[in-house]
Design a protein around this ligand. Structure first.
Ligand code: NAD
Length: 249
């Protein structure tokens, strides 16, 4: 039997990178998946790529009305949720001294406020069991230059996993954080002006990874699948690093 047979999953930011890879794993293991993202054209491409048992809902996680629309659609089509992967997130990097109010508000608005309300608004649809996985980052545990704002949002997410694991244990809902290291996704494209600069950023990062390479989205997705499935039935409140050893070594 497949690991998620008959389950209903929601993946925010499921049209790209880690979220898309997780949605693909969930469907392969028998779930019906709702993916969200900001751009309809990218959602349409992702739906084609996933192929079956997938629905898309366009929306911005930092807009609460969009979250209401998402969960109304899930309720109408499936009635409840078993798995939530709160994955949507952004990162803009700036040294202390150059951070703008707009960058701060945008990053906290999506990564912290958006994630909190993604989870809070989903709760009535869980049937006193299930798994919630929050996408944090190794940035939450490390001092990496130019990441003050991004890393602070990810430290907040790691903290949410602890608090919510405590609050939701009575409903048998497990809450865990996943913390990827450098993973080769489209997120890197926006970090520099040219392709060469992007490659330079990746090359520099790889020198800091004990396993000597960037991770692939499917390698994070498999760890998310583990936390989503009953294979992790006695695990709640943890942070699972998928980082080629970068945080520990
Ligand atoms: P990506 O750019 O491929 O995917 C990001 C996804 O988030 C996209 O689907 C995008 O549409 C969605 N998104 C962004 N803002 C949104 C918003 N306001 N509302 C709805 N959706 C929104 O990048 P990725 O690398 O797959 O990133 C996914 C998550 O993984 C992020 O939370 C990121 O911080 C985290 N992460 C990534 C890495 C990495 O190296 N790639 C490392 C650690 C953590």
């Amino acid at each position: 039997m497949k690991k998620l047979e008959g389950k209903v999953a929601v993946v925010t930011g499921g049209n790209s990178g880690i979220g898309l890879a997780a949605a693909q794993q969930f469907v392969l293991e028998g779930a019906h998946v709702f993916i969200t993202g900001r751009r309809q054209s990218e959602l349409d491409t992702a739906v084609k790529q996933i192929g079956k048992n997938v629905s898309s809902v366009q929306g911005d996680v930092s807009h609460l009305v969009d979250l209401d629309r998402l969960y109304a659609k899930v309720k109408e089509q499936k009635g409840n949720i078993d798995i939530l992967f709160a994955n949507a997130g952004v990162g803009e990097f700036a040294l202390l001294g150059t951070i703008t109010e707009a960058q701060f508000d945008k990053t906290f608005g999506i990564n912290v406020k958006g994630l909190l309300f993604t989870v809070q608004k989903a709760l009535p649809m869980f049937q006193d069991s299930g798994s919630i996985i929050l996408n944090a980052s190794i940035g939450g545990s490390k001092g990496i230059e130019a990441t003050s704002v991004y890393s602070a949002t990810k430290a907040a997410i790691r903290s949410f996993a602890r608090t919510w694991a405590a609050e939701l244990r009575h409903r048998k809902i497990r809450v865990n954080a996943i913390s990827p290291g450098p993973i080769d996704t489209p997120a890197f494209t926006g970090l520099a002006q040219t392709k060469e600069e992007v490659e330079q950023i990746k090359t520099n990062l790889v020198t800091k990874v004990p396993l000597g390479r960037m991770g692939r989205p499917d390698e994070v997705a498999k760890a998310v699948l583990f936390l989503a499935s009953d294979d992790s039935s006695f695990i709640t409140g943890i942070e699972l690093f998928v980082d080629g050893g970068m945080t520990q070594i």
